[in-house]
Design a protein around this ligand. Structure first.
Ligand code: GLP
Length: 261
């Protein structure tokens, strides 16, 4: 894992956007793995600004989102499909239908999940996956106890995740759906480059396990320690429990800027 500790979310957004713009310039039909949540917002803001400035186009790119609530009506503002369109997709020039996500209203859920896996493979696999991490250590919605080899499937949300996400549902934890569809840990691990963003003190424990803890289904993000190309972008608060924080800072400072992430 490459650990990069930056001053703030703006710096994180800029560095991640550099990597995505480089990818799309090199490979215009790149496949992006898109995450919802507050962590990637600075990346999407930066990409939207660079698109508006004529520096990048997503016209040939494709995207797959990580997860979705089960059972929310299609026009509910908190479906992850609607959120990712509002936060990113509709602010740039993706072609109609180029960004796909799990269907939380699918009638045959196992068949839908298998087809979603097939669609990612048919697109050539994910070139760059953006990730956040939950306070419980989930990536996507792979809650503690998830199989480290899991594929897209239905999951039950933990009480803590529903509490964390109640802020998007008027503060009412009972309004947060109980189930979700999520790419599995095995699905996420197949991406060629993974860029995980975490900020704020509430993420410090999850980041501590993610980077320096034992690989365990109790902290599902730890599976990323087995991935050959993961970049973890942190602010100082999220990095505050890392034992080797000084070493990560020195390592990154010694890296030539042109190498990017
Ligand atoms: C959410 C999503 C994840 C996200 C995580 C952290 O519930 N399912 O994909 O990365 O929890 O969210 P946030 O970035 O808002 O803290």
């Amino acid at each position: 894992m490459e650990i990069v500790i930056l001053p703030d979310t703006t710096a994180i957004g800029a560095l991640a956007a550099d990597a995505i713009v480089n990818l799309v310039q090199r490979k215009p039909d790149a496949v992006l793995g898109l995450a919802t949540g507050s962590s990637p917002l600075a990346i999407y803001d930066e990409l939207a600004a660079r698109y508006a400035a004529g520096q990048v186009s997503f016209a040939q790119a494709r995207g797959f989102t990580l997860d979705e609530y089960v059972g929310l009506p299609a026009d509910h503002p908190e479906t992850y499909r609607n959120v990712i369109h509002k936060d990113f997709v509709d602010r740039v020039d993706f072609a109609e239908g180029a960004v796909r996500g799990p269907d939380g209203l699918a009638t045959d859920i196992p068949a839908f999940c298998a087809a979603y896996e097939d669609a990612i493979v048919a697109a050539g696999g994910v070139d760059l996956q953006i990730l956040g991490i939950g306070t419980v250590g989930h990536i996507g919605f792979n809650e503690p106890g998830s199989s480290l080899a899991s594929r897209t499937r239905i999951k039950t949300l933990t009480r803590q995740t529903r509490i964390d996400n109640a802020r998007f549902f008027g503060g009412d934890v009972d309004a947060v759906p109980t189930h979700c569809l999520t790419q599995g840990l095995g699905t996420i691990m197949a991406a060629r480059h993974i860029v995980l963003v975490a900020t704020g003190p509430q993420k410090a424990e999850a980041v501590h396990h993610l980077v320096e803890g034992a690989v365990s289904a109790l902290w599902p993000g730890t599976i990323l320690q087995h991935h050959p190309h993961v970049t973890v972008l942190l602010d100082g608060a999220a990095a505050s429990r890392l034992q080797l924080a000084d070493y990560y800072r020195e390592t990154y400072q010694a890296k030539p800027a042109w190498q990017g992430i």
